[in-house]
Design a protein around this ligand. Structure first.
Ligand code: CDP
Length: 230
């Protein structure tokens, strides 16, 4: 398929920046598909825990990533036929995901699975390396961030709303640890690429962040009529 004509918007950024919420809203507004790439790393982490796999055995981790039996249906995620939508949101899963994500073999094993989400009429995706590695041809690349304190508060609210127990001080520490690990790894590190637009949402509402992305997209669309719009 001629994938280069399919518009892809990538929203990369640090943990708990709100990129997932913004990406989902933008996808809905444009009628585009949505890929939460972090959920794939979290699924690998969950399966690693379930199977008591040694987290240093990169071959076996890559095998898990390659063979993940996952289904995204409506708002739910199924792993081996069971709903794991909330289970993968636990901080333990996020933290292990970040450790596993540092292995090139795991990243490689998830690459094609992520690219398969690029389908008409378009895709909005969020993660760490969506614009730099997975969809380098994306028509709009955004680096969405916020201060670590604001991100800890957002993550706290998100977890409490899901009925998951949380503590702001622990969350802040976890976010800082994860930022450091994600930014300093040698493969696909978290950073703002030269061709990505910076969206600092520290003092923006979700709706303002969504509007900023949509207005960038509309600007690009106005000068590029080849884009496959709905
Ligand atoms: O929701 P949050 O931003 O905390 O994390 P996530 O997007 O669900 O991703 C969990 C972990 O997976 C991150 O800490 C990254 O280490 C890793 N990840 C990655 O390496 N590359 C991606 N494209 C997405 C996630």
């Amino acid at each position: 398929m001629d994938t280069y004509k399919i518009p892809v918007i990538t929203i990369d950024g640090p943990s708990a920046s709100g990129k997932g919420t913004v990406a989902q809203l933008v996808a809905k507004k444009l009628g585009f598909h949505y890929l939460d790439s972090g959920s794939l790393y979290r699924l690998v982490a969950l399966k690693t825990m379930q199977t008591h796999t040694d987290i240093h055995n990169t071959e076996q981790l890559a095998e898990i990533a390659r063979n993940l039996d996952v289904v995204f249906k409506n708002e739910d995620i199924y792993l081996d036929g069971s709903i794991v939508t909330d289970a993968i949101r636990a901080e333990q899963c996020g933290s292990l995901a970040s450790q596993l994500a540092a292995h090139p073999q795991v990243r490689e094993a998830l690459t094609e699975r992520q690219r398969a989400f690029c389908q008409p009429p378009g895709l909005v995706t969020d993660g760490r390396d969506m614009g730099s590695v997975i969809f380098p041809e994306a028509i709009l690349k955004i680096f969405l961030t916020a201060s670590a304190e604001v991100r800890a508060q957002r993550r706290y609210k998100q977890l409490i709303e899901k009925g998951i127990d949380a503590n702001i001080a622990d969350l802040l520490q976890d976010i800082q640890k994860r930022d450091e690990r994600d930014s300093n790894r040698s493969i696909a590190p978290l950073r703002q690429d030269a061709d990505a637009k910076l969206l600092d949402t520290t003092s923006l509402t979700i709706s303002q962040a969504q509007d900023a992305v949509l207005s960038w997209y509309n600007e690009i669309h106005a000068i590029n009529p080849r884009l496959n719009m709905k």
